[in-house]
Design a protein around this ligand. Structure first.
Ligand code: NAD
Ligand code: UDP
Length: 310
C-alpha cells in the first residue's frame, strides 16, 4: 500500500486511475480544478476512507507527503486546450514544475502524462520514442504540443539535476466511459451525434488516421510503467490498430443503428494526418500490450453514453 497523489484525478483518465489505485488498497489524494473534470466521475470513491479529494489548481504549489505522483492535470481535447491557450501553457509548465518540485522534496516517484502530440504531424510512421516530431510551435495546437514537450524537458532535467525518479508516458488517443460528452474528441463526438440523431461531423475527407486505445488497457499500462524500475525515458502507450476517421464514423453509425448522416467539415489547422504508436518498448519493458479491440471498446462506450441519456 502506498500514498499516491493523482493530479487531474477527476478527469477521464484520472478517475479510472484513482479507482484502480483505491481498489488495490492504496491511499489516494486526488487534486483537480474541475476545468474539464467532474466530481461525478469520482463520487463513488468518496465512501472510501483512503480517498481524499482536494480542489486545487496545479499552477500553484501543492504540499503532501506521498510516495508516488501521477501528474495528469491538463485539458486534453483540442477545443478545451485551445479555449485558453495561455492557461494550457501555464498548466503544462508551471503545473509540471510544481509537481516535480514536490516529487523532489518528498522523494516521490513521479509519472507525467505526455502525449503522441509531441510527434506533431509525424513524418515517421509508426511513431517510435526516438522520433523527435514535427510540431508547429506557433500554430493553434502549440499550447498543448509544446506544453507537453516542455513538460518532458522539465522532467528529464529534474532527473538529471536533482535525481528525481521520473516516468514519462506518451499517451495515444484513448477513449471509453467517463469521457466528457462534449469535449469534442472524435470518439465521444461521433457516439453522441449518432445517439442523438445528429449529423456525424467528419473533418476533412476523413482519411486522416488515429489508433484508439480503450481506457482499461491504458490504465493497466500506466500503472505498469509507474511500477517498473528499469527505465526513465518516454514510453508510448496506446493501441497500434490504425483506422481512418471515416472508418470510425461508419463503425459508430453501424453499431448504434443510427439514422445520422455523415457530413464533411473543414479540417482544423495542423491536424495530424496519421498516427500510430510503435509499442515495442512498452511490450519489452512492461510486458504490456493492449487487449481490447476497437469494436469491443466502442460497444462499452456506446452503452455508457446511452446510460447518460436514459
Ligand atoms: P481530461 O480533460 O478528462 O482530464 C484532465 C483533468 O485535469 C481534468 O479533470 C481537469 O479538470 C484537470 N485539470 C486541468 N487543468 C488543471 C489545473 N490547472 N489544475 C488542476 N487540474 C487541472 O483529460 P484526460 O483525457 O483524462 O487526460 C489526462 C491526461 O492525459 C492529460 O494530461 C492529457 O494531456 C493526457 N493525454 C490524454 C490522452 C487521451 O486520449 N485521453 C491522450 C494523450 C495525452
Ligand atoms: N475529428 C472529426 N470529427 C470530430 C472530431 C474530431 O473528424 O467531430 C477528427 C479530428 O480532425 C482528428 C481526429 O478526428 O483528425 C481525432 O481528433 P481528436 O480531437 O479526438 O484527437 P487528436 O486530434 O488530438 O488526435
Amino acid at each position: 500500500m502506498k500514498r499516491i497523489l493523482v493530479s487531474g484525478g477527476a478527469g477521464f483518465l484520472g478517475s479510472h486511475l484513482c479507482e484502480q489505485l483505491i481498489l488495490q488498497g492504496n491511499e489516494v489524494i486526488c487534486i483537480d480544478n474541475y476545468f474539464t473534470g467532474n466530481k461525478d466521475n469520482i463520487l463513488h470513491l468518496r465512501d472510501y476512507d483512503k480517498f481524499e479529494l482536494v480542489r486545487h489548481d496545479v499552477t500553484n504549489p501543492f504540499m503532501a507527503e506521498v510516495e508516488e505522483i501521477y501528474h495528469l492535470a491538463c485539458p486534453a481535447s483540442p477545443i478545451h486546450y485551445q479555449f485558453n491557450p495561455l492557461k494550457t501553457l501555464k498548466t503544462s509548465f508551471l503545473g509540471t514544475m510544481n509537481m516535480m518540485g514536490l516529487a523532489k522534496r518528498v522523494k516521490a516517484r513521479i509519472l507525467i502524462a505526455s502525449t503522441s502530440e509531441v510527434y506533431g504531424d509525424p513524418q515517421v510512421h509508426p511513431q517510435r520514442e526516438d522520433y523527435w516530431g514535427n510540431v508547429n510551435p506557433i500554430g493553434p495546437r502549440a499550447c498543448y504540443d509544446e506544453g507537453k514537450r516542455v513538460a518532458e524537458s522539465l522532467a528529464v532535467n529534474y532527473m538529471h539535476q536533482h535525481g528525481v525518479d521520473i516516468r514519462i508516458m506518451r499517451i495515444f488517443n484513448t477513449y471509453g466511459p467517463k469521457m466528457h460528452p462534449e469535449d469534442g474528441r472524435v470518439v465521444s463526438n461521433f457516439i453522441n451525434q449518432a445517439l442523438n440523431g445528429q449529423n456525424i461531423t467528419v473533418y476533412g475527407e476523413g482519411n486522416q488516421t488515429r489508433s484508439f486505445c480503450y481506457v482499461s488497457d491504458l490504465i493497466e499500462g500506466m500503472m505498469k510503467l509507474m511500477a517498473t524500475n528499469k527505465y526513465q525515458g518516454p514510453v508510448n502507450l496506446g493501441n497500434s490498430d490504425e483506422f481512418t476517421i471515416l472508418e470510425l464514423a461508419n463503425m459508430v453509425v453501424d453499431m448504434t443503428d443510427s439514422s445520422s448522416q455523415i457530413i464533411f467539415e473543414p479540417l482544423p489547422q495542423d491536424d495530424p494526418m496519421q498516427r500510430r504508436p510503435d509499442l515495442t518498448k512498452a511490450k519489452q519493458l512492461l510486458n504490456w500490450s493492449p487487449k481490447i479491440k476497437l469494436a469491443d471498446g466502442l460497444s462499452k462506450t456506446i452503452e455508457y453514453f446511452k446510460g447518460l441519456y436514459q
